[in-house]
Design a protein around this ligand. Sequence first.
Ligand code: RP5
Length: 295
Amino acid sequence: MSAWRTTRYFHLKCRFPHEYQYKGPDGQTHRIVRQEVPAGQIAWDTSYDVYDPIAFTAPHVLKAPWADPKIGHEGFHPQWNQMDGLVNRQSHEGVYRISDHNEPLNIRGRTGLKGRGTLGRWGPNHAADPLVTRWHRDAQGQKVIHADSQKPILQFVSIQRRDTGEWAIPGGMVDPGELVSETVKREFMEEAMDSTQASAKERESCLALVRDFFSRGQEIYAGYVDDPRNTDNAWMETVAFLFHDDTGEEVGRFDLKAGDDAQALQWMDISSDLNLYASHLDFVQKAAELKEAHW
Ligand code: RP5
């Protein structure tokens, strides 16, 4: 069974021994130990008598205007498994269950922690991921071929996350009512383009180019993300789009250098050796397969 299939059915990064990490208002990183959930006990259908995880919702989430209120809060009547006004409470993976306390249950099963953690929505929290790729080329502009696989090496735009320090696709949350196709473009502009330090004039032409480039994406994944922030009652889902610059003359020509205080950013060579945030390696693998690149 490939890694792609494995992570599709079992979540790993939101389970013991991985701790739940969050940054408190004091700037300190706090760690919460998840209850152990053996692989055979992940499914809600399987009984697990000793299962009694602690509940945790980050204090800032309880006060945030972008987050859902507590269950039972006056005036909060969430419409599970459907569009709830502008909020999408549907899962890409089917119908999720609701507990006796009217709380959604993680569509992939137990995580060893109740509550919402640092996530704002009960149930699915929708994100979008722009996977932007180009070929690794040498100084003469020729594609670099990997010595072992004899296949060309693909590169993708990778950003170092501030929360965990891990390298990731520069994705982001879908705003209520926003189209996923808009989210990928917005997130890429915010997270990646801002660091190109281009002049105002250059920026204008860059924007036009990026808009055109982002109109030609290919959806490569829609579903659950094995995100370390997932809990029994709140979890990440995403739609990942592949945007490939075959000639390297579009977005591929941007030299992505982060400024002093900007987030680290780079064109990263794709291979199975990478260690990326959540299930991002699965999306990158899919891109390498589609483009018949080195893996
Ligand atoms: C991941 O979290 C998604 O795949 C996406 O990359 C990211 C969105 O969350 P933020 O980066 O906005 O925190 O699950």
